[in-house]
Ligand binder design. Structure first.
Ligand code: ADP
Ligand code: MG
Length: 312
């Protein structure tokens, strides 16, 4: 294992803080990621997800805080960590003027993968890119570019994969294929950190963390994050939900009102206050109220609203 202790934890960091130009963009962040797990980062734009990902793998030095990645110290052993990490940035870093095959062979040689040509050929097969070997990367569709980028960063056989919003702007079928591939890689022991804005993708992670304004506000399995939110949610269906939503917004106990298709979600952390507020509406003709488990999106929206008040 090249001197790295083989333990069950891939990432273990405490108190990471980062300031840019006098502004703290990551605040006292601690987290642990198990080896072989898929760990999702969620949160609004500008919250510090990318900054956190870069600190976790030693690409960026924290102002304070400490920890290990793959058993190596994130401050002292950044070079060693880099060799074992595949990093897919927000803008897929492919050579647009090189073909699919050339991109993969280049990466293989860069990382000293033995038998670069064969390794590239095997990856082309694995990615389902056979027949497109000689196509220029720049001419591929978004979904194929993404697959190629994933192939390029897994080719050197990393132990940790960092995927920064890998599926932004990719169609649903390609997203699904991509996630199947991620799960296959994790099942082979690869640890995956992924940032995303998509709720369905969050639900495909083993664990998730929600970051807003540099603060890690929630983490755990999807079930744990939902349970921990202590949010009571009512789903209302019926007539003139727009009007109902406007009436309820900002009332005591109502932390959040959000339309979901043909229904309205009304949520709050103070169940008694929420019930008191909605009481006059619950028997209205044309409205049907149901207590429901909050969705992950309900939880995130509520966390974001709350953190706006606290941190902005
Ligand atoms: N190298 C940098 N120099 C100055 N500010 C930065 C730098 N990198 C990120 N930031 C700022 O830090 C904040 C967090 O950015 P980022 O980590 O990219 O958030 P996210 O990935 O959640 O959108 C943003 O306000 C961004 O403008
Ligand atoms: Mg980002």
């Amino acid at each position: 294992m090249n001197g790295a202790p083989s333990n069950a934890i891939a990432i273990d960091v405490k108190g990471l803080t980062k300031t840019f130009g006098g502004r703290e963009v990551v605040h006292d962040l601690s987290m642990q990621v198990k080896r072989g797990s898929i760990y999702g980062f969620l949160g609004p734009n500008g919250s510090g997800k990318t900054t956190t990902i870069r600190m976790l793998c030693g690409l960026l030095t924290p102002d304070s805080g400490e920890g290990t990645c793959l058993g190596y110290d994130i401050r002292r052993d950044a070079e060693k960590i880099k060799l074992k990490v595949g990093y897919m940035t927000q803008r897929f870093s492919l050579y647009q003027d090189l073909s699919v095959r050339e991109n993969l062979e280049f990466v293989a040689r860069l990382y000293g993968v033995p038998n670069a040509r064969t390794a590239a050929r095997d990856m082309i097969k694995r990615l389902g890119l056979s027949g497109r070997e000689e196509q220029l990367a720049g001419e591929l569709s978004g979904g194929w570019k993404q697959r190629l980028a994933l192939g390029a960063c897994t080719l050197p056989n990393p132990e940790l994969l960092l995927l920064d919003e890998p599926t932004a702007g990719v169609d649903p079928k390609a997203r699904r294929d991509f996630w199947n591939e991620i799960h296959a890689l994790a099942a082979d022991g690869l640890t995956v950190l992924v940032s995303t804005h998509y709720m369905d993708e969050a639900e495909r992670c083993h664990e998730i963390a929600y970051i807003a304004y540099g603060h890690l506000l929630a983490h755990g399995t999807v079930e744990q994050v939902i349970a921990h939110s202590a949010l009571t949610t009512f789903t209302v269906t019926g007539d003139d939900l727009q009007h109902l939503g406007e009436k309820l917004q900002g009332q005591p106990g109502v932390d959040m009102v959000a339309p979901f298709g043909t229904s309205l979600h009304v949520s709050g952390r103070d169940k008694a206050a929420l019930e008191a507020t909605i009481a006059p509406w619950r028997d209205r003709d044309g409205l049907k109220w149901q207590v429901s488990a909050p969705s992950l999106e309900d939880v995130f929206i509520e966390l974001m609203n709350r953190s706006k008040d606290n941190f902005q």
